[in-house]
Write a protein that binds this ligand. Sequence first.
Ligand SMILES: [Fe+2]
Length: 340
Amino acid sequence: MYNIFKDKYFKEYYSNGFVETDTVLSHDLVDEIRAHYQAKAEGHNDFPKFFVNNEHQIYLEGEESGRAFSKLPKSVAHQKIRELYDTSYSKAVYCEQVFMERVMTELLEKDFLRFFKTPYLIVSYDIYLTNDCNRPGAGIHTDPPNFHHFYETENDVTIYIPLVDLNDKNGGRISVLPESKLKLSGNVLLKMMEEAFGGEQQWLDENGYIDPDKIDDKALSDFIKSRPYQRLIEHQRNVISMARQYYTDEFTYINESKGRVLLWNNKNFHAAEAWKEKSFNREVYIIRCMPIYNTKIKLKNKLHGKLFNNLLVHVKTGTLEKFDREVDVSQIPEMDKVAI
Ligand SMILES: [Fe+2]
């Protein structure tokens, strides 16, 4: 994240786990977001969609029953994973993409880019999570780097917007283990992907970039089973168990008020406290962003059938550019990319 945040804010992020922005999204927009998602069916849960290509294998295998999960038939596994995540959230909605542009436009007007050093940010997709007080919160985990669905990386920026107050009284606070304590490395996955797919014409687009949509199920499955990838999963599983065993008392909690924007990185270990308030639910809205790396991998443009990765923030000019396809990273000058 050193190449992402300006030095002053990097220090805050590195030692505390968060960057406090003191930027508040207008309550009119917050209320509109709440109304939109509250109208969606109770129990809407997009997590099982990620099970198809095993993103959450590492997360699952960190759980006691993890290994058994990966041996179940897919339909049974989907049901099980739904039950697993239903214990934390009553709705989990990914990639709705309805409010991202408006939220980012408002944040840009509020000088939100003052935190960033990296010249470009891709605004990838959004997430809405809600739960009532009868659920246990989310335990210590990381959202592991992957490329099957999102192309998530080590230095992702999570724009975290509580839609209600998260504090001692209400509960629901997010907690993060600062990067200075323990870090999960992730960009090595991009190097592995380059090694596995970069040399063969059949996986490349017209610019010579690896096109994830050209990688067929068999090739992907072979990559997942390969020794390098399995070593990475093993490594990630080990680091997660260390976080749980040695660092549970060193997570930073933070009180947040409705609409107040927090920056952090979901690749760091985090957890969500149980919600206590009975009269209304915990609700958070998240926008996931990432820098542009000097890796020759094309961005995907569909997540669960919806266009994503199509908003680009120009940090120097403070402008937001929208495309009708994914951001074409081959057009970005090499000097403006973050080295993996
Ligand atoms: Fe998470």
